[in-house]
Design a protein around this ligand. Structure first.
Ligand SMILES: CC(C)(COP(=O)(O)OP(=O)(O)OC[C@H]1O[C@@H](n2cnc3c(N)ncnc32)[C@H](O)[C@@H]1OP(=O)(O)O)[C@@H](O)C(=O)NCCC(=O)NCCS
Length: 174
C-alpha cells in the first residue's frame, strides 16, 4: 500500500478518442505498479495488453464516458462509466507517481456526478482486488466475487460492488 500524500491538484476534462493512447499508457503503468501483488504475473500481463485499440473501441462503440485528470498537460489518471444498464464504473486508474493523493477520489466523484446527471440512480463496479478498499471507503457495498474475462483468454478475479447515488441537488429556483 502506498502512503497517502498531500492532495494534488489536477484538472479534469472529458476524454476523447484521441486520448486512447494516453489512457492505455496510464492503465499499463497503474496496473504494473499498483495491482502488483494482487494478481499473478500472467494476469497482470494480460490486463496490461489492453492497448489503445481497446480504449478507442470502449469510447466509440462501448458507450463509455471517460474523464482524464491532467497535470502540466499530461494525463495522470482517468475514470470511465457506461450507463448500461446497469450503470457501471468501468475504470479508475492513476499513474503510480500520483497515487494516494486524491486524484482517484476526484475522478470517481466526477464519474458519479455525471452518471447521476444522466439519470443513473445506482452504480455497480467490478472492483479489482487491490481497488476494493478504495471503492468501499467511498460508499460501495456488497461483495459478490466474480471473474472478468480478459482478451486472449484468462480472467481477473474481482468483487462486484454497488452504490446508490443520491438524487441531483435541486438548483435554486428550479
Ligand atoms: C484505486 C486507485 C484508482 C486509487 O487512486 P488514488 O488516486 O490513489 O486514490 P486516492 O488518493 O483518491 O485515495 C487513495 C485511497 O485508495 C486506497 N488505496 C488502495 N490501493 C492503493 C494504492 N496502491 N496506493 C494508494 N492508495 C491506495 C487508499 O487506502 C486510500 O483510501 P482511503 O482514502 O480510504 O485511505 C489507484 O490505486 C489505482 O489506479 N489502482 C490500480 C488500478 C485499479 O485497480 N483500479 C481499479 C480498477 S476496478
Amino acid at each position: 500500500m502506498i502512503a497517502r500524500g498531500a492532495p494534488l491538484a489536477a484538472a479534469l476534462r472529458r476524454a476523447t478518442v484521441a486520448d486512447a493512447p494516453a489512457l492505455a499508457r496510464v492503465q499499463r503503468a497503474s496496473v504494473r505498479a499498483l495491482a502488483r501483488g494482487a494478481y499473478p504475473p500472467s494476469q497482470l500481463a494480460a490486463w496490461t495488453r489492453l492497448g489503445p485499440l481497446y480504449h478507442r473501441w470502449a469510447l466509440v462503440a462501448g458507450g463509455e464516458v471517460a474523464f482524464v485528470a491532467e497535470r502540466a498537460g499530461h494525463v495522470v489518471g482517468y475514470a470511465a462509466f457506461t450507463l448500461g444498464p446497469p450503470a457501471e464504473v468501468t475504470a479508475v486508474f492513476v499513474r503510480p507517481a500520483v497515487a494516494g493523493r486524491g486524484v482517484g477520489t476526484f475522478l470517481l466523484a466526477r464519474v458519479e456526478a455525471e452518471a447521476r446527471r444522466r439519470g443513473a440512480r445506482r452504480l455497480v463496479v467490478k472492483a479489482s482486488l487491490n481497488g476494493e478498499p478504495f471503492y468501499r471507503a467511498r460508499g460501495y457495498g456488497g461483495g459478490r466475487r466474480i471473474r472478468v474475462p480478459l482478451p486472449g483468454g484468462g480472467a481477473l478475479a474481482a468483487i462486484r460492488l454497488a452504490k446508490a447515488l443520491s438524487p441531483p441537488t435541486a438548483r435554486p429556483g428550479s
